[in-house]
Design a protein around this ligand. Structure first.
Ligand code: F0G
Length: 456
């Protein structure tokens, strides 16, 4: 069976085309693997007529703001309210939305002090409907899957993409197929996919093995792939950066710091920053830096060992299971973004991740381990003097604390590094641990615990 096209005959594109990131070949439709028909590299979405078609920028900014007061679902979505900068199709506003986006920007004063910065902020994408940044891309890609007439959507996932895809598919009346590595994703994420009705396959392989299998599947069966290879996902995820700049009154920060796994998110944020600069929405581009876990450091090695020319794949291993990825699909897009924005990539250890996660938690915010790599990486970038104490920095927190309670419980109980090579070094984390205490149900016992806590 030939690969089904993403452009069914009854769907007319109005404002975008596909462009290959390597040979720049333009096309009006994309095959299901979202690769260039000429050279095989990844496609991105481009808007040839933007400059002529877009209204005055000040009017645009105020329309985006005004929409937050509207009652229509498309305006209340923190993604679709930026729709002038997204792909549109003829045929109305029947988008699949769960009110994604519109996420908070929090100040982190204690983390700023720990890091040696005057101020530090985090944009918390874990506050999305399914608890991760994936929802912003999913609303766009799921909408296009339905418009193109697909009945089935599918993804390989470390857990968050599958939770998000299953939810949006269910809302849009689509069936969904999830491929996840067996035993390597958190129960919270797996349970979301089950609850939202996905057909869920736990494969005896890792994420990279799941993604390889999915690539083959979409060539054989009419299922629409919703991994971040799908450029519609990245268009939705782009709005994180638009909303961030709106929250900063369009004054660009000096640095944005993002975790790196399959490298879709860094690619999307970078694309948004460059588009905003080209349109004149911002006057300069913040440096976008990507942080990886040491055990899943394919981008770091690719940049250090080949100057970003050739992917160095790794056998990934990290407790931050969301980024347990060794063969990132969007590595080339991420390298282009690092170069274009003047950002860097850095890696952090398992202990540094656990410490940073507890420090973000102690701000009353919390996040999942993969998000905490941003704070751990920032500390290194400050030490290396890449980030200066007076500069403005935004961390992108990608997932909610509730996504991986097992990690948090093990950390506080002191079990996270038990019988691992890091066991003795992990003693440095003890002051951050808050293990629950089991007591007899007496007033005395509780008062004693309170007094001890006060002393410590
Ligand atoms: N943070 C979280 C919480 C994630 O779930 C992911 C990726 C990343 C960071 C990395 O983002 O892949 O765009 O570089 N999770 C994917 C998934 C792979 O299947 O849920 P990326």
């Amino acid at each position: 069976m030939p690969p089904p096209s993403t452009s069914a005959p009854d769907v007319r594109q109005t404002n975008f085309r596909f462009r290959c990131i390597s040979c720049a070949e333009l096309s009006d439709s994309a095959s299901q693997d979202f690769r260039c028909a000429r050279c095989g590299d990844l496609l991105e979405i481009t808007y040839p007529q933007w400059k002529q078609a877009l209204p005055n920028l000040e009017n645009l900014k105020s329309a985006w703001c005004q929409r937050r007061l509207s009652l229509s679902p498309i305006d209340l979505s923190g993604v679709w309210r930026f729709r002038e900068l997204l792909p549109t199709l003829d045929g109305g506003n029947d988008v699949i939305t769960l009110r994604e986006g519109n996420t908070p920007l929090y100040e982190l004063p204690r983390c700023a002090r720990i890091t040696g910065l005057a101020r530090l902020f985090a944009k918390h994408q874990g506050m999305n409907p399914t608890g991760s940044f994936k929802d912003c891309g999913m609303t766009v890609a799921a909408t296009f899957a339905r418009r193109a007439g697909f009945r089935w959507v599918a993804c390989a996932s470390t857990g968050n993409t599958s939770a998000s895809m299953a939810a949006y598919a269910a809302r849009g009346g689509l069936r969904s197929l999830v491929l996840v590595p067996e035993g390597k994703i958190s129960w919270s994420k797996l349970s979301q996919a089950l609850d939202y009705g996905a057909v869920t396959c736990q494969l005896r392989t890792d994420f990279d093995g799941c993604l390889r299998l999915l690539q083959e599947l979409v060539r054989r069966a009419p299922v629409y792939q919703l991994n971040s290879i799908n450029p519609f996902r990245l268009e939705g995820q782009k709005t994180l950066a638009l909303e961030l700049l709106e929250q900063l009154e369009w004054q660009p920060p000096d640095h944005i710091i993002v975790p790196g796994g399959n490298l879709g998110n860094s690619s999307a944020i970078g694309k948004a920053l460059l588009e905003m600069r080209d349109l004149g929405l911002i006057s300069r581009v913040p440096r976008l830096s990507v942080i990886q876990a040491e055990g899943a450091n394919a981008l770091v090695r690719t940049v250090r060992e080949t100057g970003g020319k050739r992917l160095v794949s790794v056998q990934a291993e990290t407790r931050a299971t969301a980024v347990r990825i060794g063969n990132p699909a969007s590595w080339k897009k991420a390298v282009l973004v690092l170069e274009a924005t003047g950002g860097v990539c850095e890696q952090v250890s398992e202990i540094e991740i656990a410490q940073a996660k507890a420090e973000i938690g102690a701000e009353g915010i919390g996040c999942e381990p993969a998000s905490a790599v941003t704070l751990a990486g920032l500390k290194k970038l400050v030490k290396e003097e890449f980030v200066k104490p007076g500069e403005s920095v935004i961390l992108i927190l990608t997932g909610s604390l509730l996504k991986d309670p097992d990690f948090t419980m093990k950390f506080h109980r002191g079990d996270l590094f038990k019988e691992s090579p890091e066991e003795s070094a992990s003693a440095t984390l003890n002051p951050l641990r808050r293990a629950p205490v089991v007591l007899d149900a007496t007033m005395d016992a509780v008062v004693r615990t309170l007094e001890q806590a006060e002393k410590s």
